[in-house]
Ligand binder design. Structure first.
Ligand SMILES: Nc1ncnc2c1ncn2[C@@H]1O[C@H](COP(=O)(O)OP(=O)(O)OP(=O)(O)O)[C@@H](O)[C@H]1O
Ligand SMILES: [Mg+2]
Length: 259
């Protein structure tokens, strides 16, 4: 193989390779091949989109990445470390966090306590000695929910509860954040704020993988977009490239979704 000289002055703080590398991931449910040799990279300091019709396999891919779904084949590498055989909690400790398509929050706890629980667990397992509150308050501010921190989550609209779930994921200080339809239940202005927030947190170093049906949010937020159909990646490119891809339009964008 031909040697390639590294450019002088190449950034020293950037780890080689993507923050999250998914290679050849294959999952089947009985006779159904839900994921077929899926390859995908998620870079630090960017938001990567994953779109595709209902049932394409997006949530299954998240579950495989997190270790909640066993794979028939393939590998999941986080920050250069192969975690394919690691349990979900080990992957979480290594810097993987996610939110769920069906909101997962502690409804009977306050907003602050939801985030505090995550921060305390993270601190305990990471041998962090500081008070969890030192982590919690800046995150509440950051996500824009500090003024309702004492409210019970059950009493809040879905849009706000989604922000609580995002704040809870951030409290684990992840390197890679997987978001499964974070705009579901949000109104247009909340969706636009969500997009701004994702751009901000990714610009600080986080690698974000965004599964979304709101194509506008994906196109305005993501540097790179993957398209999944029937368990296969059928396209990958910039928002512009994806928008102009005829196969994608046929499979998804022009399909006139009802949700
Ligand atoms: N636990 C399971 N057992 C059997 N089949 C499953 C299971 N989970 C998902 N599937 C099937 O795998 C395929 C992919 O489902 P998945 O939920 O990953 O799609 P998705 O892209 O997230 O869809 P949506 O946009 O509706 O959320 C679908 O055909 C689904 O019915
Ligand atoms: Mg899904």
């Amino acid at each position: 193989m031909e040697a390639v000289d590294e450019a002088p002055g190449a950034a020293l703080d950037e780890a080689p390779g993507a923050a999250l590398e998914v290679e050849g991931v294959t999952v089947s449910f009985g006779g159904l091949l839900a994921l077929d040799e899926v390859n995908l990279d998620v870079d630090a300091r960017s938001v990567t989109g994953l779109i595709g019709p209902n049932g394409a396999g997006k949530t299954t891919l998240f579950n495989a990445i997190c270790g909640l779904q066993s794979m028939r084949r393939g590998s999941v590498t986080l920050d250069g470390k192969n975690l394919s055989r690691s349990a979900p909690h080990v992957r979480a400790r290594r810097g993987l966090a996610r939110t769920f398509q069906r909101l997962e929050v502690f409804g009977s706890l306050s907003v602050r306590d939801n985030v505090r629980v995550a921060a305390e667990l993270h601190n305990r397992f990471s041998d962090v000695t500081g008070e969890a509150d030192a982590t919690v308050e800046p995150i509440l501010e950051r996500v824009g929910i500090a003024d309702i921190a004492d409210e019970y989550v059950d009493s809040l609209p879905t849009g706000i509860a989604r922000l609580v779930e995002l704040a809870r994921a951030l409290a684990t200080e992840p390197k890679v954040l997987l978001l499964d339809e974070p705009s579901s239940g949000l109104d247009p202005s909340e969706t636009s704020e969500m997009g701004n927030l994702l751009t901000e947190i990714s610009s600080e170093g986080l690698a974000v993988l965004l599964v979304e049906h709101d194509v506008g949010l994906v196109m305005s937020t993501c540097q790179r977009v993957y398209v999944l159909e029937f368990g296969r990646i059928i396209a990958c490119g910039t928002s512009e490239e994806i928008r102009g891809n005829e196969q994608v339009q046929a499979a998804y964008l022009g399909a006139g979704r009802g949700d």
